[in-house]
Design a protein around this ligand. Sequence first.
Ligand SMILES: *Cc1c(COP(=O)(O)O)cnc(C)c1O
Length: 459
Amino acid sequence: MSKKIPTRLYLTEDEIPKFWYNLRADMKDKPEPILHPGTLQNATAADLEGVFCKEPVKQELDDTTRLVPIPDGLQEFYKAYRPAPLIRAYFLERALGTPAEIYYKFEGTNTSGSHKLNSAGAQAYYAKEEGLTSLTTETGAGQWGTAMAMACAFYGLKLTVYMVKVSSQQKPYRKALIETYGANLVPSPSLTTDSGKKILAANPDTGGSLGCAISEAIETAVKTDKCRYVLGSVLNHVLLHQSIIGQETKAALEKYDIKPDIIIGCAGGGSNLGGLISPFMGEKLAGKSKTRFIAVEPASCPSFTRGRYAYDFGDTAMTTPLLRMYTLGNGFIPSANHAGGLRYHGMNSVLSKLYKDGYLEARSEVQTDVFDAAVSFMKTEGILPAPESSHAIKVAIDEAMECKRSGEKKVILFGLTGTGYFDMTAYMAYNDKTMSDHVPTDEELERGFASIPDIPQNK
Ligand SMILES: *Cc1c(COP(=O)(O)O)cnc(C)c1O
């Protein structure tokens, strides 16, 4: 104690960490293995390489390597927009009148507007190294599609993005941005694939779904020469790439001798939260810290807080390998919610294991409360937050207010995953007071649970 803490805790370019941290290496109780959906045996690299790029598959299955070097050709890409700022929320603290110290790691400074670029860059880099010429992916809210379009433009790869049709209509600027970066955007379902044709034949007016877009993207990747499919969350290799968030945050905090008491992140498929907490969780697992970790999810899609720990498919078309995770069932259809990036039925298997074993806490929040928090934050700190990120803001404010009541001076850190420039329809609904909160009933959840595969491992 006690260096004066600046508003922005800088790292220089040379101080950007050169390694990702693989938390699985330090977990005594490992997450459950991925299963092949046909044989129900542990999935092998060969099973996965038909769809995914080679190096990410290796990373997916690697539970033992602690530090994974970030390749030079990717470090170069990271330097174009990293280090991401770590900011002391002095203005928010003052407005709340809390004795707590609040910090946030801001991942929204790049044009795609979120942390997703960290893994998009990595996956495009490895695809190029492997000699592939094109990639396919899906996008719902549009953040992942934009990040992949940026990364593929940088590394000179062709990209086809299957964008959920309603979303491409509701978010025309997202679509335009993806196309301006040079990607081929196909509203899904489409007539370009057999799975799309089948869905359209059965239901010509459908607005599409993420599950359907995933099926189209995988089909095209498998049928196209030198092409693979990339996914933006949920899987372990994505979490590994996102550990750059936690590695940078830890390096910057250590410069000022700051130790977080509570770390908070929003959770969709779990990649930003997992990336932010990984190095700090490693210390907790080693008994070196008492930091608490809190995942925040929408009350409309409560995978952790109301889900089941079971093997389930990653997509609604039931084509992916089986992942052991907290899930609402692959057939669960969340009600409309403006935090599009958090509308996923399952959760990464590392985080699921940590939650099950009591190392990670979880809360769910309704969207009007989340937007109240977003607006308090933007009026004090100035940054327009993404609806997804605002879930973390909500709980950070709650914890800071708890400190105000108890008089404790805790250090609270949260992940501000992105900006909300493409979400103004949501803010308009909030301003007009037309925003509603839907919390699924137990019966609605039961319908989702019924889609969880009935296999011996789930008994
Ligand atoms: C996609 C997204 C999320 C949620 O994804 P995770 O994999 O859970 O991190 C959160 N915030 C923003 C801004 C996103 O785009």
